[in-house]
Design a binder for this molecule. Structure first.
Ligand code: NAP
Ligand code: MG
Length: 473
């Protein structure tokens, strides 16, 4: 299928309706228009919430096995348009095509597949002692997503909500709404009932803010910045809506003294630069044994130099541009302030990569000689920027890793798995990968501290959209 990327409509109750205002979508690589999206308003939000409310009783009462069949059909529809979804994410985000295919589209499909058995599982109550515990859909869910993984983030919410039996109103990021249209088209093509997914593209301050605290919305699921997450938490708390907040991170990759340093450093540089550094779970603090600090810097610079920055359409490219001129300014600001404050620029920095005069490109950047209290060691940069810190053994490494307002992800590297596991268990963070273990699309994902509230993916993700009723017998 080739769908129109120039849209002026919102999806309400299973019907596309045009709206008056639209928003142009431009390529971060070229600045050229690649599509258009509706710019919905508060009245559109009211209509979408009403349509979701109308669809709720029947969808909630549908057998979980039938809902699982619906998700299976949706998975098949999305799989059939994998190439178009990939092209769309290259266009709207500037993600390199290889990454768009594997990390954006295939990963989203894996996450969706992970919800199918969980939907089936909800058919039967569980037991708690002598009680039966029934899981029920919480109600209408508002799903508000950022631009960094536009399809993945939406599917992580919409898939879980539909599995639970919630109906959904989705608000994608204004910078990257095109893949959300393709998802909505696929939901219709899969034959899902009218009104179980409603799509209202528009701005966060207008559409997003109208959804949070809305009387017709029972659950809010948000991914984005910690600053907006706090605001949403306040409004949702006032309305006593269920909330799930996936926010920022400043995750530590902890290398113990018996680890294979070259592979640990290379994988950490890759993580920090993945999706041009626009990844909430990126390892952006590398903690290495003090005696091997200079060696680690050398290895990091070497790996950073191997990464190819350039045209996202090229299969060889590792890093495309940042999403916007504003995002590039933000990243450059963090790096320039760090260097002005005495940090050592090991590689990268704010000069434009050679030969890339247009597009918001930023080179893989490694900074050394920074303190744990410095802004660059504490704040989420959301660009390809890694800081390298020294530690004095396992206890000190745990202390430095946990010395953060965030706690989303992390890594531990050691030649001894039981030692790595002991360190991992002491980290105040939602996810830890030992020795480069792969991402698991059904393991609970979410943050401690300022990284958020709640968990996504798999069973934990579906339960965020459920209410539970215990029946004593
Ligand atoms: P954001 O401002 O937090 O926005 C995320 C989503 O929330 C977008 O759909 C946004 O709409 C919407 N939104 C904004 N203000 C809102 C409000 N008051 N009420 C309800 N919804 C609202 O994130 P961003 O603009 O995409 O990126 C800004 C920074 O956030 C980045 O530089 C990065 O540091 C961080 N970030 C973190 C993650 C993560 O996964 N942890 C992801 C993306 C960004 P608009 O599209 O209209 O803004
Ligand atoms: Mg914003």
């Amino acid at each position: 299928m080739t769908t129109d990327w120039y849209r002026d409509d919102i999806l309400v109750g299973g019907k596309w309706r045009p709206v008056r205002r639209t928003h142009q979508v431009v390529s971060p690589a070229t600045g050229w228009p690649v599509g258009r999206a509706a710019k919905a308003d508060r009245a559109d939000v009211d209509a979408a919430v009403r349509a979701a409310g109308d669809a709720l009783p029947e969808w909630r009462a549908t057998s979980p096995r039938v809902r699982a069949e619906g998700l299976t059909a949706l998975h098949a529809e999305l799989t059939a348009c994998r190439d178009e979804l990939t092209a769309c994410i290259v266009a709207e985000l500037g993600a390199p095509v290889r990454l768009a295919r594997e990390a954006h589209v295939d990963m989203a499909l894996d996450v969706l597949a992970g919800f199918i058995p969980i939907a089936e599982e909800l058919a039967e109550p569980t037991k708690a002692g002598s009680s039966l515990v029934f899981a029920q859909a919480a109600g209408v869910a508002a799903c508000i997503t950022p631009w960094n993984y536009p399809l993945y983030q939406l599917i992580a919410k919409v898939g879980a909500a539909l599995a639970a039996g919630c109906s959904v109103v989705a608000k994608p990021a204004e910078l990257t709404p095109l893949s959300a249209y393709l998802l909505a088209d696929a939901v219709l093509a899969a034959g899902m009932p009218d009104g179980v997914l409603n799509l209202v593209p528009g701005s966060g301050t207008e559409v997003g803010a109208a959804l949070v605290g809305h009387r017709g919305v029972a659950a809010v699921s948000f991914t984005g910045s910690t600053a907006v997450g706090r605001q949403i938490g306040r409004s949702a708390g006032e309305a006593l809506q269920r909330m799930s907040l996936e926010l920022g991170g400043k995750s530590a990759s902890v290398v113990l003294d018996d680890a294979d340093l070259p592979s640990a450093v290379a994988a950490t540089v890759d993580s920090a630069c993945y999706n041009s550094g626009q990844t909430c779970s990126a390892w952006t603090r590398l903690l290495v044994p003090r005696p091997r600090y200079e060696e680690a810097l050398h290895l990091a610079a070497q790996r950073a130099g191997e990464l190819i920055v350039g045209d996202p359409a090229d299969e060889a490219t590792d890093l495309g541009p940042l999403v916007s001129v504003g995002q590039r300014e933000t990243v450059a600001g963090f790096v320039d302030r760090a260097v002005d404050g005495g940090a050592r620029l090991v590689c990268g920095g704010s000069d434009r990569p050679a030969g890339l005069d247009s597009g918001h490109y930023y080179l893989p950047t490694v900074l050394a000689d920074v303190g744990t209290a410095d802004e660059i060691s504490r704040e989420e940069v959301f660009g390809p920027v890694l800081v390298v810190l020294a530690h004095d053994g396992d206890d000190d490494a745990v202390r430095v890793a946990n010395d953060s307002d965030y706690g989303l992800a992390g890594a531990v590297w050691s030649g001894d798995e039981s030692r790595a596991l002991k360190v991992a268990a002491r980290l105040e963070t939602g996810q830890v990968d030992l020795n480069g273990a792969a991402f698991n699309p059904v393991a609970p994902f979410g943050g401690w501290k300022s990284s958020g509230v709640g968990r996504e993916l798999g069973r934990h993700g579906v339960h965020e959209f459920c209410e539970f009723t215990s029946v004593q017998i």
